[in-house]
Design a protein around this ligand. Structure first.
Ligand SMILES: Nc1ncnc2c1ncn2[C@@H]1O[C@H](COP(=O)(O)OP(=O)(O)O)[C@@H](O)[C@H]1O
Ligand SMILES: [Mg+2]
Length: 233
């Protein structure tokens, strides 16, 4: 079993008083290294909940999650945070950049937490900033950057630790069509460079960049399809 993500009967419920809301109702899914997966489904179907579990931001109520060979389903929050910092690069719809830091400083931030020294941090951050084509903007703060540029910063930040998995929840949700294409081209580059990419979108155009589409409905996987040109390869 060389799946980077292995999910067995993953369930997640929220309680509103005594009322149980079942959001994920038994998800089974394997994702292998270097796959490019789009997670789709109507609003409220559980996409973000599943992504948060995949990204170790949240734990399932039941079921088993093996990430890169490590069972993380019942891990305590501290250990989960360690795994998250090491294994996962997360990109959000809202960019989630720190407004007082420059692009370079935002990108270098995960390295601060990882205990990397200043000089090496700057070098590593600059390298990924170049990858996303933002070297000219590295000393600008988020409010001096366009939405697309902010998302590039967020992608560079997700890459800087060299994580085994890149997760993106509606990464183009706040961007116009042209900028969305530019951002999706970056995800394609990232995947072609050997990374594993899982992204959530409700737009077919965006899902088309991926090579496998998993559809959720009502907390269950409704379909799981690979691009025809890849079948049998
Ligand atoms: N922290 C929470 N507490 C209670 N209900 C939640 C919480 N997070 C999500 N939900 C509910 O779970 C369902 C699925 O949400 P979500 O995973 O965000 O769906 P999607 O991303 O597919 O739109 C929704 O009905 C939502 O209201
Ligand atoms: Mg969502």
């Amino acid at each position: 079993m060389n799946a980077i993500i292995h999910l067995e009967d993953i369930r997640k419920s929220y309680f509103m008083g005594k009322q149980e809301l079942q959001v994920l109702k038994g998800i089974n899914l394997d994702i292998h290294t270097n796959e490019y997966v789009a997670l789709m489904g109507p609003s409220g179907s559980g996409k973000s909940t599943l992504m948060n579990i995949l990204g170790c931001l949240d734990s399932p109520s039941a079921g088993r999650y093996v990430l890169n060979g490590q069972d993380v389903s019942k891990m305590a929050d501290d250990n989960l945070a360690d795994v998250r910092n090491k294994e996962i690069g997360f990109v959000f719809q809202q960019f989630n950049l720190l407004p007082r830091l420059t692009a370079l400083e935002n990108v270098a931030l995960p390295l601060v937490y990882a205990g990397v020294g200043r000089k090496q941090r700057t070098e590593m951050a600059m390298e990924v900033i170049q990858k996303v084509g933002l070297e000219e903007r590295s000393h600008h703060k988020p409010n001096e950057l366009s939405g697309g540029q902010c998302q590039r910063v967020a992608i560079a930040r997700a890459l800087v630790n060299n994580p085994s998995l890149i997760l993106a929840d509606e990464p183009t949700g706040n961007l116009d069509t042209k900028t969305s294409k530019e951002i999706m081209d970056i995800f394609t580059q990232i995947q072609e460079a050997g990374n594993t990419v899982v992204l959530v979108t409700h737009e077919e155009d965006i899902a088309n960049y991926a090579k496998r589409v998993v559809r959720l409905r009502d907390g269950l996987i409704e379909s799981d399809t690979r691009k025809p040109e890849l079948v049998g390869v």
